[in-house]
Structures are given as structure tokens and as C-alpha cells.
Design a binder for this molecule. Structure first.
Ligand SMILES: [Zn+2]
Length: 198
């Protein structure tokens, strides 16, 4: 029976590497796969999935208006692999769930669980609700604990706590950290706050 899978992680856990390996494994057995990644804007078209190890591969892109139904899937496709799945809408996740269970096409999604504020991405919230199989991909914080959350840092290395969920361009960067490190800047702010601790 086909299922909807969600493999989630913080940033830099190797999601795209594992996706490309999964595609290779299917194709090695003579099975066709269809790869998707998020469009950087609202238009769908051609995109690239690239892993930090240097592998890259063309993929179709999805935008908010992409409909994941049977017509989208070329005949003979054995499996759908979706990168940046946090950017799916909850309606698209529902379509993918139907596609797996009614259309019989397994759907494997990789994505970030939460954003830099520690809040859900719409696609991830829906996938955590509907996916038949969940798997957390582990990565390590600089302090050695498990990284489970993404910190946005500005050009000066300071944590950014407010702003758009997704920035295209700009100088901000991200670091996957453990919750303890994520909140450590809060404590620093409190210590700096005049009068708070006398
Ligand atoms: Zn840490």
C-alpha cells in the first residue's frame, strides 16, 4: 500500500542528499521517479535540488497553485519525491495524502519542521498531522546536543527573532541549534535589561 512519508529536520541535516540517494535507489531498480522542489517565487517551472555534498539534479517546482493530482503524474512514475516540503500548503498535503492512498503513488517528503521563530511551517504542520510515516533526521548543534530548531542570524552573527518566515536574498543566515542554544540569547537579553535583576 502506498503511503505519505515525512522526513523532517532542522537545516543542514542532509535532507536533499538523502532525497537524491532515494531517487537513485528507485532508478537503479528501473523505477521512474518524479522530483519536486519549492519555487522561490509563485511560479512553477524548473528547479534544482542540490545537496551540500555536491550532487545536484533538476526537479519540477511547485508553487501555491500546483495541484498534486493524478493528471500531474506522468504514467509510469513509481514515486513522488518532494524537497522543501515545508512550503506546501495544507491543501496540497491533503492532495498528496489522497494521491498515496487513492492514486496508489507513494509520496516521500523532506522538509524543515519549524522556522527561525520556532513556529510551524504550514506544510510541515499538515504533514505532521497526515503523514503515515514520520522520521526525524538528526543533526548536531555546535554544543554537541541534538539540533532541532533553526536560528536566523544577521550579518553581525546576532540572532534574529522577528521578520518574514521566508527571506529571499538578504544577508541573514541560518544555523541549526538545540533548544538550549536557541534560547541562550534570550537570557543574554534579560541580563542586559537594566533593572531586571537589580
Ligand atoms: Zn546547543
Amino acid at each position: 500500500m502506498a503511503k505519505l512519508y515525512f522526513r523532517y529536520a532542522a537545516m543542514n541535516a542532509g535532507k536533499s542528499t538523502v532525497l537524491l540517494q532515494a531517487a537513485y535507489n528507485y532508478e537503479e531498480r528501473g523505477m521512474a521517479v518524479l522530483l519536486f522542489t519549492a519555487a522561490l517565487d509563485d511560479r512553477s517551472g524548473q528547479g534544482v535540488i542540490s545537496s551540500r555534498l555536491g550532487l545536484t539534479r533538476q526537479a519540477r517546482t511547485f508553487g501555491p497553485d500546483t495541484r498534486f493530482d493524478r493528471e500531474l503524474i506522468d504514467p509510469g512514475v513509481a514515486c513522488l519525491l518532494i524537497d522543501e516540503a515545508q512550503f506546501l500548503t495544507s491543501e496540497q498535503v491533503r492532495q498528496l495524502h489522497r494521491l498515496a492512498h487513492v492514486g496508489g503513488v507513494p509520496v516521500l517528503c523532506w522538509g524543515l519542521r519549524s522556522d527561525f521563530r520556532g513556529e510551524a511551517f504550514p506544510g510541515s504542520a499538515a504533514l505532521l498531522t497526515l503523514a503515515d510515516e514520520l522520521e526525524e533526521m538528526k543533526s548536531i548543534c555546535a554544543c554537541g546536543r541534538k539540533a532541532s530548531i533553526n536560528m536566523r542570524i544577521d550579518a553581525g552573527g546576532r540572532r534574529v527573532t522577528e521578520g518574514e518566515q521566508v527571506l529571499i536574498g538578504g544577508n541573514d543566515r541560518y544555523r541549526a541549534v538545540c533548544p538550549s542554544c536557541f534560547y541562550s540569547d534570550d537570557d543574554a537579553d534579560h541580563r542586559r535589561a537594566p533593572g531586571l535583576f537589580g
